[in-house]
Design a protein around this ligand. Sequence first.
Ligand SMILES: [Cu+2]
Length: 135
Amino acid sequence: MNGISARQFVIFAAALFMLALFGGSALAAELALEKKVDGITISATLDHDPPAAGKNNAVVKLTDSAGKPLGDAKVIVEYGMEAHGMSSKVAAKFTDGAYKALLDLSMGGDWYIEVKVQQTGGKKVSKARFDVKVK
Ligand SMILES: [Cu+2]
């Protein structure tokens, strides 16, 4: 055996690179959650399905009953593990058409994610709660 040629190596490296670039993102489909509460559709996505233990980006989009995006609400994402008495909350920041927050789902297991929405000028807080299993 005299090893692989430089040409074969380049093809192999390119294939690996493509796999890392496209294969990885195809496997890591995002988790989409959605609930309608008080006439608002609250949809949230997390980077991976299932979410992986550790930091996860949550992207929240809100639309009113007419399907119009709501960009001026106050959005808090609370998350935790009831079984372990763990809970945290973070204010989501509105940028590029969505509310974004970084969630630290620090361990595998059953978590809840509750998105709390308070519309500008309103006192009512609309809540959408989701149960997710973190790997
Ligand atoms: Cu825990």
